[in-house]
Ligand binder design. Structure first.
Ligand code: F6P
Length: 362
């Protein structure tokens, strides 16, 4: 049966989204003879009637190595809690999910691929419960989506972070400094953990393990006055001190306008106070989200996009493609959004890091 399918990219972008779009478009056309259209600006665009983008072969051919998403990304726009301004000027949150469903119908889409993180999967699953025909593709540089071993975008982010730490290492060594590098990771410390181990950090601070700044200072003092003569700390933006809160640099904590970040400066200032040492702080920020995907992310994104089209052929609505071991398998979106995939503080990777002498500030 000839079908017309749509694809949207929800939430923040991640390297590899364009490779997913390419794989979906090529698989749909070559394997099934279906037409594919892109929906701009994620679910926000779907609700607001944003224009669609035809995705013939010629449009997607050269997308493999391109960062970002040609469809645009917004990390707002939940049809189930949409903010509108009431006639009296007040803000009201309303459910406009029926508009999103109507739009899928108006666009004459037989099915939709939603590529995104936990927020996107939660919206997609709720629409599926209302009858929408959606399959999911897991994306996030944070690697915190459950039910898949890894999400695409993560490999590129840890390459960026590891290369940055390598660069900080050489200048730290020259100046006998303590270098703090803050990386992304709101609720999960995967980027900090993997880049910290790969880049030879002395301390790694992650949201899953609240840290004691005196323990971090003690570790830094040992490494700085010891044979190494300098110190490297990687801190995830969501890390917090024992008994303390996460650090926000814009807006109120937890508010929509709030931006998590700045814990690197907090740690840097405290270490500078406690130690007779030169301390410098680097915040990597969105460098981790930009640029070309690594070959591994391109490959994973391609496998995911290809498998998502097969899920549509099998009419497995409400399923998300996932990597389990070496296999690409379907998993229920409801399972993927049940809980966040956090670093296990007692897991192999953390235990190995501790055995190597890396401090977690505990
Ligand atoms: O989900 C990925 C992520 O990179 C988080 O680690 C980070 O806090 C967030 O996106 C920042 O997104 P934005 O600045 O686009 O709101």
């Amino acid at each position: 049966m000839k079908r017309r399918i749509g694809i949207l990219t929800g939430g923040g972008d991640a390297p590899g989204l364009n490779a997913v779009i390419r794989a979906v478009a090529l698989t749909a056309r070559n394997k099934y003879g279906w037409e594919v259209v892109g929906i701009r600006e994620g679910f926000d665009g779907l609700m607001h009637g944003a224009s669609t983008v035809p995705l013939p072969k010629g449009r997607v051919r050269d997308l493999l190595a391109r960062g970002g998403t040609i469809l645009g990304a917004v990390n707002r726009g939940n049809p189930f809690s949409h903010t509108v301004i009431a006639p009296d000027g007040s803000e009201q949150v309303v459910d406009v999910s029926d508009q999103a469903l109507q739009r899928i119908h108006d666009l004459d889409l037989d099915a939709l691929v939603a590529a995104g993180g936990d927020g996107t999967m939660a919206i997609a699953q709720s629409l599926v419960a209302m009858g929408a025909k959606i399959v999911g593709v897991p994306k996030t540089i944070d690697n915190d989506l459950a039910m898949t071993d890894v999400t695409f975008g993560f490999d590129t982010a840890i390459l960026t972070a590891t290369e940055a730490l390598d660069k900080l290492q050489t200048t730290a060594e020259s100046h006998h400094r303590i270098m703090i590098m803050e990386v992304m990771g709101r609720d999960a410390g995967w980027i900090a953990l993997y880049s910290g181990i790969a880049g030879g950090a002395d301390a790694i601070l992650i949201p899953e393990i609240p840290f004691d700044i005196d323990k971090v200072a003690a570790k830094m003092e040992t490494t700085r006055i010891g044979r190494r003569g300098y110190g490297l700390v990687v801190v995830a933006e969501g890390a917090a001190m024992l008994g303390g809160d996460q650090h926000y640099y814009i807006g109120d904590k937890g508010s929509a306008a709030g931006r998590l970040g700045g814990v690197g400066y907090l740690v840097g200032n405290l270490l500078a106070d406690k130690l007779d040492a030169d301390v410098r702080v680097t915040v990597l920020g969105h460098l981790q989200r930009g640029g070309q995907p690594t070959p591994r992310d391109r490959l994973l994104a391609t496998q995911f996009g290809h498998a998502a089209v097969d899920l549509i052929a099998q009419e497995k609505w409400g399923y998300m493609v996932a990597l389990r071991g070496n296999d690409i398998v379907p998993v229920l979106m409801t399972e993927a959004i049940r809980h966040l995939k956090a670093v296990d503080p007692a897991g192999d990777m953390v235990r190995m890091a501790r055995d190597l002498g890396i401090s977690f500030g505990t």
